[in-house]
Design a protein around this ligand. Structure first.
Ligand code: NAD
Ligand code: TDX
Length: 332
């Protein structure tokens, strides 16, 4: 594989994947990204010129998608509307991008006979009880809760159908919650870090008992690269790094790491339909494809992420005021 089409490569995880490819492989990359509020061309700053091209466009544009797919060896599909809270305010863009966009890409991969990897989320499985000892596996039935996760589940099912019906050479990965550099300040961890930098108290939804299974974006990237090269066509792989933490514990850790008392946060109204707990069993990826995470210590990865937001205020500052005013309107 010499050239990749990476959709959503100016977003959080997609841009981390492009940086990962530049550092660890010799592939060239075309990024197709609409540069919505969540996309930022500055997230690709510093990549070697000549190896990465950013094409600003929409994944629902069949003509553009067809042309870019034809000239790539494989498509890695990250582009999505990705924020649960936004999907509760206005679901429509989630249907357009996550469903129609994925359909458009699958049709192009089918027409041009290209390898396709679909990036998805553990949220398609719904949630687990807080006291459930179980974790999600590739066999867990789909049971999504939010407009966001239901459109991601729908897009996964489209991929499976295009494999079975049309022989598209596709794989799927469902990953747990990512953290790291270049994450939009609407998301939990960057929102709280940048609030603290601004002298604003972090905002915890409800009692903060909800559990998320955190993985560093670099570990997500290495897992995707592994699946792209060694994954079995038609298969799904769960990606996780055993990083379960309650939201309350994460906020307290951020506050302590940033030199403030652990209880210097506010409780705000809870998310509607808030999933309780996500937890990934990534045994299949580890045993069948030999993948291992390189950031097993959440505390260290979180400290590095805090340092990144302190050092890169110019990257996040333009998004901050509008994001917080949207949350204020929602009482969050
Ligand atoms: P993000 O919101 O940071 O980035 C999404 C990118 O897609 C942006 O650059 C945006 O401009 C682009 N985009 C949106 N609509 C588009 C369209 N119609 N055409 C072209 N580009 C478009 O999202 P993220 O957190 O980086 O998530 C990337 C992928 O990973 C998504 O598919 C998401 O479901 C999945 N995922 C995310 C997480 C997480 O913790 N953030 C975990 C598991 C899976
Ligand atoms: O201010 C906040 N306070 C708070 O308590 C925000 C923004 C969130 N939360 C809670 C809600 C969740 O329990 O923190 C947890 C994490 O919230 P998000 O960052 O919005 O992530 P989540 O809803 O878990 O979804 C994320 O992981 C799976 C990504 O946004 C999805 O794209 C991915 O599929």
């Amino acid at each position: 594989m010499k050239s990749l089409l990476v959709t959503g490569g100016a977003g959080f995880i997609g841009s981390n994947f492009v940086h990962f490819l530049m550092e660890t492989t010799d592939v060239t990359v075309t990024v197709l990204d609409k540069l919505t509020y969540a996309g930022n061309r500055d997230s690709l700053k510093g990549v070697p010129e000549g190896r990465v091209e950013l094409v600003v466009g929409d994944i629902t544009d069949a003509v553009l998608v067809g042309a870019l797919t034809e000239r790539a060896d494989a498509v890695v599909h990250y582009a999505a509307e990705s924020h649960n809270d936004n999907s509760l305010q206005d679901p429509r863009p989630f249907l357009d991008t996550n469903i129609i966009g994925t359909y458009t890409l699958l049709e192009a991969a089918r027409r041009h006979g290209k390898r396709f990897h679909h990036i998805s989320t553990d949220e398609v499985y719904g949630d687990l009880e807080l006291d459930d000892p179980g974790r999600f596996t590739e066999q867990t039935p789909y049971n999504p809760s939010s407009p966001y996760s239901s459109t991601k589940a729908g897009s996964d099912l489209l991929v499976r159908a295009w494999v079975r019906s049309f022989g598209v050479q596709a794989t799927i990965s469902n990953c747990s919650n990512n953290y790291g550099p270049y994450q939009h300040v609407e998301k939990f961890i960057p929102r709280q870090i940048t609030n603290v930098i601004d002298g604003v108290r972090p905002k915890l939804y409800g009692a903060g008992q909800n559990v998320r299974d955190w993985i560093h974006a670099d570990d997500h990237s290495s897992a995707v690269w592994t699946i792209l090269n060694r994954g079995e066509i038609g298969q799904t792989y769960l990606i996780g790094a055993d990083g379960e933490q309650s939201n309350k514990d994460v906020v307290e850790r951020i506050l302590k790491e940033m030199g403030l008392p652990a209880d210097a946060y506010d409780r705000v109204i809870d998310r509607v339909g808030h999933d309780l707990r996500y937890a990934i069993d990534s045994t299949r990826l580890r045993t069948e494809l030999g993948w291992e995470p390189r950031f097993p210590h959440f505390e260290q990865g979180l400290a590095e992420t805090i340092a990144w937001y302190r050092e890169n205020e110019a990257w996040w500052r333009p998004q901050k005021a509008a994001t917080e005013s949207r949350y204020t309107e929602q009482g969050q």
